[in-house]
Design a protein around this ligand. Structure first.
Ligand code: HEM
Length: 364
């Protein structure tokens, strides 16, 4: 294609013209590029009613009430125990990956400014959709798409994501408090939220003061994640150092900033990992770009994996490999039992993810 061909949406700049004048490919420099310190008053009209695809008079509570919710639940439960070619389920059950999806949707919440969380369905927009920590959650959302299309505006993405997580827990034997609906979707990315000072994804070098392990180790306000593009903490430990005590300190700080006390934090982490597995079966170099950085033909799918089939037993998400329990689709306390029953040593996956494995496969 000639570089003189102009994009009608981006303002008609060719790649070469755009590079010459310093803007991102295909976009001219905007006011904020010329004057980075300008007052961002556009934040006051983010989610403008003029852009609302559902119209001013759309009444979500009434739309949700019109659903046959038992039929919605039946469709979700059928999906959970199926397996589809484009993204086969582990152990024949999508439950664990749907629990992770729901948790990551809720877990971006932070108490200091009340931003993040599951309420607006922001997980389907950048940056969250393309965060390393949300790797392959694009597949979970894509699996739900036929159900979303079937019920349309009567169920928001935000409610569908949380209802699916809830049903997955129940289907795997966990007793929930039930489900409360009422999350109204944003229809565009939330550009008003601040996710940290680092300009490189998956780094954490600018948001902390003090040294891990010291009393003054603390996180910049209003952040609640230890690293750019994470929901909570680096699974390999603070700054990638596998020091359990500093990890515990970071977990207390970050989960505290999500509104959790120690007891709730332990219940969440040990409970969540009663299910599913971690994925690190292919080298990270086999992974393509995240959804927002991927070419248009991969729209809404990212991290395409060129190793083997690129899915199922070849899946790499964050890079650590293995399950936490011997039956990852059933609720129980084996995560905690295993933690205390074995002695643990460090190991590394094919993808280079550092984790712990039992020293001997017999309990102490
Ligand atoms: C310290 C906090 C946590 C850390 C470091 C952590 C880390 C991880 C990692 C590394 C994975 C593997 C992801 C993949 O490769 O696909 C994972 C998976 C998972 N996490 Fe967590 N997690 C945390 C908290 C939680 C919480 C609070 C929940 C739920 C309440 C949860 C639920 C899950 C589930 C269900 C999976 C399995 C996903 C699957 O099988 O596809 N996690 N977690």
């Amino acid at each position: 294609m000639s570089d003189k061909v102009k994009c009608p949406i981006a303002g008609g700049y060719s790649a070469i013209e755009s590079k010459r004048i310093g803007g991102a490919i295909g976009t001219p420099p905007m006011n904020a590029d010329w004057w980075p310190g300008k007052l961002p008053i556009e934040l006051l009209h983010s989610q403008s009613p003029a852009a609302n695809p559902l119209g001013d008079d759309f009444d979500y509570p009434a739309a949700f009430a019109s659903l046959n919710i038992e039929e919605v639940k039946k469709d979700i439960l059928e999906l959970l125990t199926s397996s589809q070619d484009f993204w086969p389920s582990d152990y024949g059950n999508y439950g664990p990956q749907m629990v992770r999806m729901a948790w990551h949707s809720a877990g971006s919440y932070r108490v200091f400014d009340g931003r993040g969380g599951s309420a607006q369905g922001l997980q389907r927009f950048a940056p969250l959709y393309s965060w390393e920590d949300n790797g392959n959650i694009d597949k979970s959302i894509r699996l739900l798409q036929p159900i979303k299309l079937k019920y349309g505006e009567n169920i928001s993405w935000a409610d569908l994501i949380m209802l699916t997580g809830n049903l997955a827990l129940e289907q795997m034997g966990f007793k929930t408090y039930g489900f409360g609906a009422g999350r109204i979707d944003y229809w565009e990315a939330d550009d008003a939220s601040y996710w940290g000072p680092e300009t490189v994804m998956a780094t954490q070098d600018k948001r902390w003061v003090g040294e891990p392990g010291s009393d003054d180790y603390d996180l910049e306000n209003p952040l609640a994640a230890s690293r750019q593009s994470l929901i909570y903490v680096h699974p390999e430990g603070p700054f990638g150092n596998m020091d359990p005590l500093s990890s515990a300190q970071e977990i207390r700080i970050t989960f505290g900033r999500m509104g959790m006390n120690d007891e709730e934090t332990v219940a969440l982490i040990a409970g969540g990992h009663a299910f599913g597995k971690s994925h690190g079966a292919s080298p990270k170099s086999a992974l393509g770009p995240e959804p927002s950085g991927a070419p248009i033909e991969n729209q809404a799918l990212g991290w395409l994996n060129s190793n083997g089939t690129g899915k199922a037993q070849y899946t790499t998400t964050n890079g650590i490999e293995g399950a936490w329990t011997s039956h990852p689709t059933r609720w129980d306390h084996e995560y905690l039992k295993n933690l205390f029953a074995f002695e643990w040593e460090q190991t590394e996956s094919v993808a280079g993810g550092k984790s712990w494995r039992p020293k001997k496969w017999s309990r102490i």
